[in-house]
Design a protein around this ligand. Sequence first.
Ligand code: BTN
Length: 319
Amino acid sequence: MLTLLKLLKDGRFHSGQALGAALGISRSAVWKQLQHLEAEWGLSIHKVRGRGYQLSAPLALLNSVEIDEHSPACGWPVLVFDSIDSTNAEALRSIGRGMAAPFLVLAERQTAGRGRRGRKWVSPFAENIYYSLVLRIDGGMRQLEGLSLVVGLAVMQTLRDLGIAGAGLKWPNDVLVGEKKIAGVLLELVGDPADVCHVVLGVGINVNMQMADEVDQQWTSMRLEAGKAFDRNLLVARLGIVLREHLSRHQSAGFSVLQAEWEQGHLWQGRAVSLIAGVNRIDGEVIGIDGQGALRLKVGGVEKVFSGGELSLRLRDDS
Ligand code: BTN
């Protein structure tokens, strides 16, 4: 399937005969593959009698060599998949097979992209970033404290560096522009967190996506915000550089060194919010975060501290 796409990715017309000859298949087999690409991969292909087939827009695909060239200091192996259930799931399988960390898993599309709290992460082909960086943690719990907030901060910084000035954070690790989500972070862990474990830092960034009926929350993309398309290879490279720098500060001094920077990026400082934990809801006002990345809320005039992966925040109507 991808060989056919690579032939078409220049956005020019290619005849069915030429495509069939290049692939060693019949013209009707080409036609079937093209139908599959449209139906399953959501690609739009123009068919013009006498000229052949053309993608509605040229495709720029992920390329590990280009990513390495733009971020040579990162030095972690990059695995790129055309289509996978979830880059986080693949990262966990690779850990299970004994692959040495750090390494990075990327995909052009995910068929079962995972979001926080059991949600689905909509992951169309060649439009966004689906990124899972695997780290080995052998420094105990301290190295895990606030880690998901560190990743959110690095994503926000990367987006701002690339011109998305309105990108900001929502505790614990969403990246928003205004009230619309532009990126999300999902950490998954295997092993013993108190001893040696592996953590998968999963990042989804809406890059060039312009339409997605299936997304069940307010969302935006870099392209919608900036009015231009972005080079995803450059973005992956830039994210790697920023993430590496933030992770190294976190590793050597703990989360508290990034606390002030995180709060500066927090869009909901001082806002009236509801904290949702399953069926329970706590109303309060955001004070900020503590040195471990836990949320500090003023509830009924008293400060309370909350942490945990299943919590989420909503703005209150009166905020
Ligand atoms: C969220 O709900 O905000 C977290 C979304 C995380 C999505 C990314 S995409 C790459 C990685 N693989 C997954 O299946 N999920 C994460």
